[in-house]
Design a protein around this ligand. Structure first.
Ligand code: ADP
Ligand code: MG
Length: 252
């Protein structure tokens, strides 16, 4: 049985026009990602990584070329349908967590369900927090949590609608090594459980935790290779010295 790629992109371009200036952020990208892959998108600043993530995540549309998401032609969707697909099928995690400062962890995680007609919002939000080891942090606001905990709240928020794809743009960029490993361990577990994961990173080591690395330069893909023996974040964590308080040793 052949499977439909979860993402299929052909000759995709994105040109930003500002007055008379045209910035060619993507210059004809073709890419297929299968369900269950864990892919690192790497490349220098300005090479088009975030532009591609925004298009794949249905936050923006390409200038030209095709994008099929789970076999559906995204160009044929109107803006309402695109928003629906984005909310139901995509989970987003960002470098700066993007949490609301005065909102408890539990409420943050409930937010993506606002329009989904879900009746068990609180129970589902609690389950998502438990899935990232934060079951006892539901009432905490961002300022009352460490960076790693805040990023885990953001991951719980990304997970709560049970998306097909998790899109993470530099998810460890604002974290120290150990906390970054904890976050990678969560992504690796989610991937083992079947989630497709796309992660932008600048760091070679982070890319080596994925199963495949796609490299960008100047709006082109310049390399696309499997990772032979991906690093296991949990194994590495077991080897790293502990230097954090007990708070940080939650179950992952
Ligand atoms: P990366 O994520 O790899 O750093 P980006 O996708 O953010 O790269 O940017 C690719 C290019 O497109 C850069 O030259 C950037 O300045 C430009 N760009 C990105 N977003 C916009 C925008 N909204 N308007 C104009 N130019 C943009
Ligand atoms: Mg970027």
């Amino acid at each position: 049985m052949s499977t439909t790629p979860i993402i299929r992109i052909e000759h995709l371009t994105k040109t930003y026009t500002m007055g008379t200036t045209h910035v060619h952020a993507l210059r004809g990208i073709s890419l297929e990602i299968q369900p269950g892959e864990m892919v690192a998108i790497m490349g220098p600043s300005g090479s088009g990584k975030s532009t591609l993530m925004n298009i794949i995540g249905c936050l923006d549309r390409p200038t030209d070329g095709s994008y099929w998401l789970e076999g559906l032609d995204v160009a044929q969707m109107d803006d309402d349908r695109l928003a629906e697909v984005r909310n139901a099928r995509m989970g987003f995690v960002f470098q700066q967590f993007n949490l609301l400062p005065r909102t408890s962890a539990l409420r943050q995680v409930e937010l993506p369900m606002l329009y989904s007609g879900e009746d068990n919002k609180e129970a589902r939000a609690r389950a998502a927090l438990a899935a990232v080891g934060l079951e006892d942090r539901g009432s905490h606001k961002p300022a009352e949590m460490s960076g790693g905990q805040q990023q885990r709240v953001a991951i719980a928020r990304a997970l709560v609608n049970d998306p097909a794809i998790i899109m993470a743009d530099e998810p460890t960029g604002a974290l120290d090594t150990r906390t970054g490993q904890e976050v990678l361990a969560i992504f690796q577990r989610l991937n083992r459980e079947g989630k497709t994961i796309l992660m932008v990173t600048h760091e070679y080591d982070v890319g080596q935790h994925c199963k495949r690395v796609v490299r960008f330069k100047d709006g082109h893909i310049i390399a696309d290779e499997p990772v032979e023996n991906p690093l296991d974040a949990l194994e590495e964590l077991a080897r790293l010295p502990r230097y954090r308080d007990e708070d940080e040793e939650d179950e992952l």
